[in-house]
Design a protein around this ligand. Sequence first.
Ligand code: GGG
Length: 353
Amino acid sequence: MTTNHRIALIPGDGIGAEVLPPAQQVLDVLGRRHGFTLSYTSYDDWSCERYLREGAMMPADGIDQLRDKDAILLGAVGYPGVPDHVSLWGLLIPIRRSFRQYVNLRPIRVFEGIDSPVHGARPGEVDFVVVRENVEGEYSEVGGRLNSGFPDEIAVQEAVFTRAGVTRVLDYAFKLASERGGRLTSATKSNGIVHTMPFWDQLVAERGTSFPQVEWDQEHIDALAAKFVLEPARFDVVVASNLFGDILSDLAAAVAGSIGIAPAANLNPEREFPSMFEPVHGSAPDIAGQGIANPLGAIWSAAMMLDHLGHPAAAKDITEAIGSVLAKTDIRTRDLGGTATTAEFTDKLIELL
Ligand code: GGG
């Protein structure tokens, strides 16, 4: 019997709507080849436009509409006219939290054929994963504002680190490191942030004892950012809190040539709820509507989705085709120095699949 996977498609804003159709085209080719089907439900109007029209990024029962899906593929959120915290907390973050997607997995690879802006970031040598804690930490709704408009106006934002929340993401990262190169780096800032970060470091040391096969170290986030640029090939798995992981993975994507390539998986490792896959890039309003967005971040995210759904061979076909199109052709979208449109690039990739 052919396996069918129910996929929720949320294009979101800007180029989100332009990068999901290429990912869908690639998925359908792989489904035919590997003997599975994908049935899609599109949530086209869950966006900033909807927020401006109706006051909410998604309907009140939006989370329930997604609950029975096997996975969610998301494009991008954010658009001028809607504050970024409104769009993020109205769609992406509720999905991550409601479905306990506490791991945000962001692989970084310098592909053959890509000129990294960083001297020394050579293809084949830079290949690591950022594991970002995805549901607590610095992204917290605990806090508030007082005395708006007065000289003594104040804003307070509390970071929230729980033993359970940190432990589960560390365990995921240690296990991943044990299955990859056996090395883990923890991002910290325990010299300046005196409560949460020493707690994070303590839990890293505690969990490390359960993974003796993994060699681990920790770096302050400032030094780590410098090492991402100066020695990107030294990393295997990097584990970081929500904010640190977000910043580090954008930096790492730039080191790998373009944030347009970078994928992300928001995982509920226990599979109690659907996981969500999304390119790391945002909605890029400056190029939206021109048909020139790089679809690779979305296509690679689709590969991560297939891997999660139990089709590692199909996922590998996609990453190999990405490698081929970059190594064997000079077809590139504008972010990679080329002139190809989203459609031209996708057609070539599918030809090489
Ligand atoms: N494609 C994902 C997207 O639109 N991300 C926008 C963004 O700013 N995300 C912040 C985050 O991942 O925390």
